[in-house]
Design a protein around this ligand. Sequence first.
Ligand SMILES: Cc1cc2nc3c(=O)[nH]c(=O)nc-3n(C[C@H](O)[C@H](O)[C@H](O)COP(=O)(O)OP(=O)(O)OC[C@H]3O[C@@H](n4cnc5c(N)ncnc54)[C@H](O)[C@@H]3O)c2cc1C
Length: 474
Amino acid sequence: MKKIAIVGGGIAGSSIALYLGELGLHVTLFEKKETLVDGPPICHLHAGGNLYREISDNQCITLLKESIELVQMYPCAIDFRPTVIVVPTDDNGTPQALFPRLEKLQNEYSTLIDKDIKNRVLGDSKDYYKTYTKDDVLRLKSLDILDNPVTFDEWMIPVTKSIDLHKVKFPLIMVQEYGINIFRLAANVTLGLMDIKNANVCTSSLVTKISTQKDGYILEYKQKEELHVEKFDYLINAAGFKSGELDDMLGLKRERFVEFKAAYVTKWKNRILLPEIIFYGKRGTPQGMAQFTPYPDGYYQLHGMTEDITLFKDGLVKSEYLSSQPKLDEKYVNKIYKGWSRAEVDERSSLAIKHIAKYIPSFIDAEVASKPLYGAQQIPGRDSTLRAADVSFDGKRYARCEIVKASSVLGMADAITKNLIELGFVDQELYGSRFFYNIKSFTDVNITKIAKELCMKREYPESLASRTSSSLVL
Ligand SMILES: Cc1cc2nc3c(=O)[nH]c(=O)nc-3n(C[C@H](O)[C@H](O)[C@H](O)COP(=O)(O)OP(=O)(O)OC[C@H]3O[C@@H](n4cnc5c(N)ncnc54)[C@H](O)[C@@H]3O)c2cc1C
């Protein structure tokens, strides 16, 4: 049987290992860390790309389609809570400017449901989004908050009571943009791969050298200080922000960016459950977008698209002529591999809390709960705003996973399968398969158990392993 090597056990590498493993291929997944999916954060599903005003409608439609498939693949990792989009008064944009795109997305979603009812994973297409005028908001403000909100209106009640209504433009928009949980994704792929006999998972295994043969590749890897050499028929580079290092090992040129970013974990004594809230703002300015992401038990993850919160000075770097691997400043590499000082965690988390408190005033008494979720990601090509990307190929037997968002993993899997069909490694009729046999049998309970263990091991609060809502918003 043909042997496939996958270097990198993030969401890209682990998902393609699961996918090809389920097709019956012999796959070996190499991951230098002890556990899978332990890279940069993954918290928003991006079912419609509504968090990005700056990207094209086509990218948003691609993200919508891909997200629907990701929900079907990893349902236990999805947090089914909606997102409220707010245009603040100090922003140049208007909520009305967002309507044409929302309508396009709604129509696209409706077409996808007409094609296959199984695509209805975000509820009815007519309920993809809803707008709230000032009068609607004031009416909801007089109602009681519910412990387990189910409808858009029920989720909106606590928003109307929490945000400073003088600082927002109307209408507010609520959309079926769900959350996705990195610890639960990690639990899914860990359990899933355990069940596939033809999938060999090598954790704590660093690939150090690759040489090209006429009909494959020879990989050298270090596993617990022992050096191993093995030949493979096909190579998949899923090394995330280190993908350029593999290209360099192979002497291949590929342009890409690498960006270091962070999101902050806070705890708020106000235990009301809010949905995700996005306050738009221009990226890289002091008014950069603020993102408020709920977890259970009063935990909130915060992004602030300013240079002193989520973004970092010179944190975005691009590859140069002599190397396909963009050179991230040493101080950010150290943060990734050695961690943060307590002072840095406190300083940036406090700024993140203040950034959110501009719009949710009572959030000012939130506290730092743990180290941030952080890391570096790659963006292929020359456009650093690209958000929907999947894979590129070089030669007949080499694929590079280049996802920017987790939702793109199935588009990536299809493209790689097509390449493997051309090589005669896979039967044509398996193209576009969506088996996910073993993942479908997982329950909320077994995923939560493993996700909690991963949270503890990675030194994050256990509550980050759970979701705020496990059923569709109506
Ligand atoms: C702050 C922040 C927030 C984000 N939020 C979201 C979000 O909400 N939603 C979303 O979809 N995306 C989000 N992203 C992007 C997302 O995290 C990445 O796009 C995604 O993790 C990429 O997955 P990957 O598998 O390609 O890479 P990674 O997760 O980086 O995995 C690559 C793996 O390869 C391993 N590796 C590298 N070199 C070798 C080697 N030589 N040998 C063995 N192993 C190796 C690494 O250890 C790593 O585990 C965010 C990114 C950041 C930085």
